[in-house]
Write a protein that binds this ligand. Structure first.
Ligand code: RAM
Length: 331
């Protein structure tokens, strides 16, 4: 009796299949873009790029997700839930290089493709990492942006994201290495706003109170630079303290107009999300990730993996009053 019912169901299904066409049963490839936290404009721009890649590839579903605040614990919860859902790939921008590794190893052991992008995961926790650009270049860029507007030198401070953030920590280390090339530029402090607007604002206020001679706040985070610009503006210190670092033209145009920010830099976050999605898809479909391998990133070109399984996308671009208006509606 049971067998009979089963045969009928299978027969019924094959009728439906032949009506709908065979593709009706082909499942989409589900790629999760896990960000440091939801609500950050930089990651929302990256998600646009991920959707663009999905549309170009066809049969790809993007799951844009992340914790509500920039913690490793929040990301681990998100990753465990993606493992339970059985997604095909996870592309993560990490709040901590080591804390996420066990959860991501578990994902890989279940056959899920794992890459990191933007902010990396320790090598054992992912198959590759995509840097936005060369780390030494970003480190030098953030110091140069400040130094260019300090002809007589002076005190500068860094306002970063979280203290465990892989990307900001690497850029800050690279910045410290080139500091001796900028004589007269004196780094007095590094503080952490955790990529939260209110905490970043308070940290910027704290810097101004502690270092009355401060000439620049360098924030290598899109959240931090905007909060610092607001704090400097509210303190009436435009012209006294230049706020610079890495920001989005869409968020920073007003700061450039007011003079709070003379210039800032960033790479294209839409391209970064697009490239990360292409890499996750191609690795899921068998692209090799050993040292020297080249993995396609669609319209961006190909990523060639170094000995740490990392590659870089493109150089950052500098924005100021001459060009910020042309980009503010894009990202
Ligand atoms: C913030 C995040 C992100 C970083 C940018 C520059 O949006 O910290 O990881 O790449 O700033």
């Amino acid at each position: 009796m049971k067998r009979c019912k089963f045969t009928k169901i299978v027969a019924g299904l094959s009728v439906v299949a032949s009506i709908m066409g065979t593709t009706a049963f082909a499942e989409d490839t589900r790629i999760a873009l896990v960000v440091k936290a939801l609500g950050i404009g930089f990651f929302e721009a990256a998600a646009k790029g991920a959707e663009e890649a999905a549309a170009e590839l066809g049969g790809v579903e993007i799951i844009y997700t992340g914790p509500t605040s920039t913690t490793a614990e929040g990301q681990i919860e998100v990753i465990n839930s993606l493992i339970a859902q059985g997604v095909d790939a996870i592309a993560v921008s990490a709040n901590d290089p080591d804390a996420l590794a066990p959860a991501l190893k578990k994902a890989m052991s279940r056959g899920i493709t794992v890459i990191s992008w933007d902010s990396g995961v320790a090598q054992e926790g992912r198959q590759m990492h995509l840097n936005p650009s060369s780390t030494p270049l970003i480190g030098n860029t953030i110091i140069k942006l400040a130094a260019d507007h300090m002809p007589n030198g002076g005190d500068v401070a860094i306002l970063s994201a979280t203290s465990t953030s892989t990307n900001q920590n690497a850029w800050i280390d690279a910045a410290k290495e080139v500091l001796p090339n900028y004589s007269g530029v004196n780094l007095v402090a590094t503080v952490y706003g955790d990529d939260l607007s209110d905490k970043s604002y308070r940290e910027a206020e704290g810097l101004m109170a502690t270092y009355p001679d401060l000439k620049a706040i360098i924030a290598p985070t899109t959240v931090g630079i905007l909060a610092a610009c607001q704090a400097v503006t509210d303190a009436g210190k435009i012209g006294e303290i230049n706020v610079t670092g890495l920001g989005l033209p869409s968020e920073m145009a007003g700061c450039v107009d007011s003079g709070a920010t003379k210039s800032f830099a960033i790479w294209n976050p839409i391209d970064l999300g697009y490239a990360a999605t292409m890499l996750a898809y191609n690795i899921h479909n068998g692209a090799a990730t050993d040292e020297g391998s080249s993995v396609e990133m669609g319209r961006i070109g190909s990523a060639v993996l170094d000995e740490t399984g990392s590659a870089a996308m493109s150089d950052p671009f500098t924005y100021d009053s001459s060009n910020v208006g042309d980009f503010k509606s894009i990202f």
